[in-house]
Design a protein around this ligand. Structure first.
Ligand code: CUA
Length: 332
């Protein structure tokens, strides 16, 4: 089977999985490209083995001797021994070759230099905390659920689970790596093409595991620098009257106890940093596109939308709800 043909065969069952912006076969990252080659090789060899086994099975069924016990024959037994020994040797050689190839293909995937952009990624039920910590620790800043990276550069992710085990997986860019409480794992991602790549928690981590997505936005170095500089800034004071009222509500209600908005007294760390929440494409870990409407719906009743998550329903009047969502949307 040629690679193109195999891709087409695999694409049919996987087409049901939705658009190709989260696909291990639509790859735009250095690691993902070598993993895809590995997948295609293993599928091709396994398909060949499966076909040979099926041919052997059909042949055996065709030539079976019904009801007639086979008398033991020296020559026959020798043939059987040779066939079984041969099958065992071929199996061991194939598995051994896969092991060696996998080792070399994946060995270099988590090697980054000290000067690379470094992001601390924390997995929590059920969102992603992000802290840009390097290469210059003086320029660190926090955000959540949306990773921006420059194209063509190695980016080192330091992965930590803060409650249970999660797994970081952006199939178009790299393989999976677990986030385990009490230890720090590393994964290096590198996008070869600008774009928006969806990722998903890949380790069952509780009720809302399926709603623990993230976006990786790979952009030019210039756009990345502009974004990072804006992220480092504290939140701007709201200009509109409604947003200003929303800020007052936010700061006097329990919201500020769980969330940080740099530039205000809100300094909670239980929930995501909201300093520039209005600039992110999605809210609630990839659940909704960020709009005033979705922000209002989420704030009004987070437990119905994402049952079991840590955000409580804060009683707000309709005016307060509108004002708070206007304030959130203004945090660009
Ligand atoms: Cu986090 Cu599954």
């Amino acid at each position: 089977l040629s690679k193109a043909c195999l891709s087409a065969v695999l694409a049919v069952p996987l087409a049901a999985c939705g658009s190709n912006w989260q696909s291990a076969l639509d790859v735009h990252g250095t690691s993902a490209i070598s993993l895809k080659h590995l997948i295609l090789l293993i599928v091709a060899v396994c398909s060949l083995v499966w076909m040979l086994v099926m041919v052997g099975l059909i042949w055996a069924l065709w030539h079976r001797r019904e009801g007639r016990p086979t008398p033991p024959q020296a020559g026959r037994e020798r043939h059987m021994t040779i066939a079984v020994t041969g099958a065992v040797i071929v199996t061991v050689v194939i598995i051994g070759t896969f092991t060696v190839i996998s080792f070399f293909a994946t060995r270099g995937l988590s090697v980054a230099g000290q000067d690379d952009l470094t992001i601390r990624v924390r997995g929590l039920q059920w969102w992603w905390g992000l802290e840009y910590i390097g290469p210059d620790p003086a320029l660190r800043f926090e955000t959540a659920n949306e990773i921006h990276i420059p194209v063509g550069r190695n980016v080192r992710l330091k992965l930590e689970g803060l409650d249970v085990i999660h797994s970081f997986w952006v199939p178009s860019l790299a393989g999976k790596q677990d986030l385990i409480p009490g230890r720090s794992n590393e994964l290096v991602i590198r996008a070869e093409k600008a774009g928006v790549y969806r990722g998903q928690c890949a380790e069952y981590c509780g009720m809302q595991h399926a709603h623990m997505a993230l976006l990786v936005i790979a952009e030019s170095q210039e756009n990345f620098d502009r974004w990072a500089n804006a992220e480092r800034n504290a939140a701007a004071q709201p200009v509109e009257e409604e947003a200003a009222a929303g800020m007052q509500t936010f700061l006097t209600k329990p919201c500020a106890a769980c969330h940080t908005i740099r530039g205000t007294i809100a300094a909670g760390t239980t929930g995501p940093d909201l300093t520039h929440v209005g600039s992110r494409r999605t809210i609630a870990a990839g659940l909704f596109e960020t709009t005033r409407g979705s922000l209002a719906a989420w704030i009004a009743d987070p437990q119905t939308i994402k049952p079991g998550n840590n955000m409580p329903m804060v009683p707000l009047t309709p005016d307060e709800l509108r004002a708070v969502s206007a304030y959130m949307a203004s945090l660009k």
